[in-house]
Design a protein around this ligand. Structure first.
Ligand SMILES: Cc1cc2nc3c(=O)[nH]c(=O)nc-3n(C[C@H](O)[C@H](O)[C@H](O)COP(=O)(O)OP(=O)(O)OC[C@H]3O[C@@H](n4cnc5c(N)ncnc54)[C@H](O)[C@@H]3O)c2cc1C
Length: 399
């Protein structure tokens, strides 16, 4: 008997069939940045079948570019709802990081030393004195430091400093560690994280979302979360009235190599430039705020602005090697506040527009969006951030 010979066709590699058969999840999250991952993790913990679809690599958008400051007290002047949201976000952060480290075994560089906001001019000093009085009246944890006290805490600060405020409760975290741990956590809790899959449009059955159309085929899901960062507006199939009105705002940023021990223990914050010490000896200098559309390059003007600002705060930095420069696009909504919760399209949720505070707000956003999806509940703190604040007024209402 002749030995059996395989037909040539049998030797062809078997292709996985991805034709018309759609994949399925309880919930699809579009975008694997820190916001999408935090939402996905929370939903996985509640037992949902969740898939995160990320067009590039997870966490490599704005979430990778950030400085990781968790600084509501430094950032905000007024105790408005956005400040309250950010302060609540901060209250949950340290516990969130501890749990995430335990779950995943991933190291996360977290610094709770606090922040120093120095004044280098008479004008800024007057502003900080007023800020100090107001913050004290409002019960914000803040200390007023004389020049001597400030330089005793941070000897490398410029001798041009007039006075400073210290915010002991503002922290900072290595945001890249957080996104790496979050992606791991989602997978550990049974979620799927698919990289290299671009969502092209939502799929509707009447007014209701039933899934998404992607470069890897159809995905059926009765709930879909838009967490596409600065691209959240660009999703086909969403009615123009229900789009998430977010635009990119560029931030250029750089890292100096300062030796084994960074020159600062605190983050040094001003509204123009900040210095964030990492425990690996890098000092992060950030960040510009620019309307540059989707252009995410680093420019000479941007870097110059950061150099000038950094040297104004600490002239000794002039001898530090420049390690790297990069930039990112913050997702900023029309009114500057995050966009959180159910959109006007049933089944479609928004988790976007976190601007300068997306690292800080990620854990809280995960909690709030999960609450909205699973229990159809809008916690009071989330009310001012609902997407329907942008919806056009019906003609009869306008009359
Ligand atoms: C220079 C700079 C400094 C910052 N510093 C701080 C700080 O100190 N503290 C702080 O709290 N915040 C800071 N931020 C803000 C913070 O980084 C952002 O608010 C946050 O990262 C937003 O997260 P995100 O997940 O919404 O967006 P991203 O991280 O940009 O993630 C969105 C993801 O969606 C994906 N996506 C988009 N479209 C699609 C599609 N069609 N299909 C599939 N995937 C898609 C993208 O590829 C991307 O990965 C800073 C930002 C910048 C740029």
């Amino acid at each position: 008997m002749r030995p059996f010979r395989k037909e040539a066709a049998f030797c062809l590699p078997v292709r996985k069939w991805r034709g018309p058969v759609a994949q399925r999840s309880d919930i699809v999250v579009i975008g694997g940045g820190i916001i999408g991952l935090a939402v996905a993790r929370k939903l996985c913990l509640a037992g949902c079948a969740v898939t995160v679809l990320e067009q590039h690599r997870t966490g490599r958008g704005a979430s990778w570019a950030a400085a990781g400051m968790l600084a509501p007290h430094c950032e905000f002047d007024e105790p408005d709802p956005y400040f309250i949201l950010c302060r609540t976000g901060l209250e949950r952060y340290a516990g969130f990081i501890e749990t995430l480290k335990e779950e995943t075994g991933c190291p996360i560089d977290y610094n709770a030393t606090g922040m120093i906001y120095p004044a280098l001019s008479d004008r800024r000093q007057a502003k900080l004195e007023t800020r100090y009085e107001r913050h004290r009246r409002e019960g914000v944890p803040v200390e007023r430091l004389t020049v001597r006290e400030a330089r005793r805490l941070e000897p490398d600060l410029s001798n041009q400093v007039r006075m400073a405020l210290r915010y002991p409760d503002d922290h900072q975290v290595e945001n890249r560690d957080v996104v790496t741990a979050l992606a791991k956590s989602v997978r550990l809790h049974g979620g799927k994280v698919r990289e290299g899959v671009t969502v092209r449009s939502i799929v509707l059955d009447g007014p209701r979302v039933t899934g998404v159309d992607t470069t890897d085929g159809l995905w059926n899901a009765p709930k879909v979360v838009i967490a596409m960062g600065c691209r959240s507006r660009y999703l086909d199939g969403v009615s123009p009235a229900h789009q998430v009105p977010v635009r990119p705002v560029r931030g250029q940023i750089l890292a100096l190599r300062t030796g084994a021990v960074p020159p600062f223990r605190h983050t040094i914050f001003t509204h123009e430039v900040y210095l964030v010490p990492r425990s690996d000896g890098r000092l992060i200098v950030g960040a510009t705020i620019e309307e540059a559309g989707f252009r995410d390059e680093v420019t000479l003007g941007g870097v110059l602005q950061l150099f000038r600002g950094a040297l104004g705060l600490a002239p000794g930095l002039a001898s530090c090697p420049l390690e790297s420069t990069w930039s990112g696009l913050r997702p900023v909504a029309r009114d500057g506040w995050p966009v959180l919760g159910a959109t006007g399209t049933p089944g479609l949720f928004a988790a976007s527009g976190h601007g300068r505070n997306g690292i800080l707000l990620a854990p809280l956003t995960g909690d709030l969006i999960a609450e909205a999806i699973l229990n159809d509940r809008v916690p009071a703190i989330m009310q001012p951030f609902l997407p329907d604040r942008f919806y056009p007024i019906e003609p009869e209402e306008a009359n």
